[in-house]
Design a binder for this molecule. Structure first.
Ligand SMILES: Nc1ncnc2c1ncn2[C@@H]1O[C@H](COP(=O)(O)OP(=O)(O)OP(=O)(O)O)[C@@H](O)[C@H]1O
Ligand SMILES: [Mg+2]
Length: 322
């Protein structure tokens, strides 16, 4: 049974404060994300916070998996607390609540099912949506991304990923445009990696197996991740950054199955040359660049295009990249 979405004005209490639902901002494969007005205990001021609801009620062997979830969420919160990297979403709070069993009667009566629970994760609200919506908008309007912007985005993404790889020794493993949120800070778009560490939480849910969930994600999944081949933990994220880079380069053309089949085929047969893109999606995972190198090189390239601005603005960089 599905737990219902939350309405505007509904409130949720956690040990730390109260979340008042403002509106739903997105739906994922396993729950929804809401914009809330959050008031911390013993304060009167509220602030905007995003609250992600993860439906736990389909978990198998619930007890042990719930513990696994809690452990992973703890890791996410610890990273958030100690990291000063501005390209990582900050997680603020998490709690588990019983879900209503559904139906008008149970809502009125306040009946809760002992087996139905939701995990709530509070995090920074990113007011400019996510990178997948930005790409969709350019595809829809037939607009190319400016090379300076593409490299700046990649620089920001690689900066956040490098922090996860080097400082925390974890891989994201589900890096995709929908997990790259966009905040507006000091008059500038700031990209923030979200859902890091969450893949493990999600893997403990039986719904991960559902195909609808993986369809969108599969584009960004490296060959060795697909085939469950063990390798250095960082390389799967570099593959994903490469595909995101490619997707930004080809916009307004859409990344679709044919395009992906073509990329995979060329990688498999080692037919690609040694340009920048290919150093992220090399067939041999050990030949892929590190996140630090992607970050440094993307920064220089963005700087180069900034200097060239006006001259090269109309030039598609895919010709350089592919
Ligand atoms: N902190 C946030 N601030 C603003 N919007 C957010 C935030 N977190 C998520 N969203 C929005 O909600 C959408 C759904 O997020 P969610 O992580 O649940 O799903 P997803 O990333 O699309 O897919 P998946 O289920 O694989 O994670 C995002 O794509 C984004 O647009
Ligand atoms: Mg997500």
């Amino acid at each position: 049974m599905q737990s219902s979405t939350m309405d505007t004005g509904n409130t949720l209490k956690s040990p730390k404060g109260v979340y008042k639902i403002n509106k739903i901002v997105g739906k994922g494969g396993y729950g929804e994300v809401y914009l809330t007005d959050y008031t911390a205990k013993n304060t009167s001021n509220s602030e905007q916070v995003a609250l992600k609801k993860i439906d736990l009620h389909e978990m198998e062997k619930k007890k042990c998996k719930k513990e696994e979830c809690k452990k992973e969420v703890k890791v996410m919160k610890e990273i958030s607390k100690s990291s000063t990297n501005q390209h990582i979403v900050k997680y603020l709070d998490s709690f588990i609540r019983k879900a209503y069993t559904g139906g008008l009667f149970s809502c009125i009566a306040g009946m809760k099912s002992p087996n139905h629970e939701n995990l709530y994760i509070a995090m920074d609200y990113c007011s400019h949506g996510d990178l997948s919506n930005k790409i969709k908008a350019n595809v829809g309007s037939g607009t190319q991304f400016d090379p300076e912007i593409i490299y700046d985005y990649i620089y920001q993404i690689a900066d956040g990923i490098n922090e996860l790889h080097v400082k925390y020794k974890i891989a994201h493993r589900d890096l995709k445009p929908a997990n790259i949120l966009i905040a507006w800070e000091n008059g500038k778009e700031v990209l923030k990696i979200s859902d890091f560490g969450l893949v493990k939480v999600i893997e403990s849910l039986s719904r991960i197996q559902s195909h609808s969930k993986w369809c969108g994600t599969e584009f960004y999944m490296s060959p060795e991740q697909r085939d469950s081949i063990k390798c250095r933990f960082t390389v799967v994220d570099i593959w994903a950054i490469g595909i995101i880079f490619y997707e930004l380069c080809i916009a307004p053309k859409r990344l679709d199955n044919d395009e992906m089949d073509d990329i995979r085929e060329k990688v498999k047969n080692d037919q690609r040359d040694t340009t920048w893109l290919n150093k992220m999606i090399a067939k041999d995972p050990n030949k892929r660049m590190s996140a630090e190198r992607v970050h440094n090189e993307a920064r220089s390239k963005s700087y180069f295009y900034r200097l060239q601005n006006g001259v090269s603005k109309s030039r598609a960089i895919y010709t350089v990249a592919a």
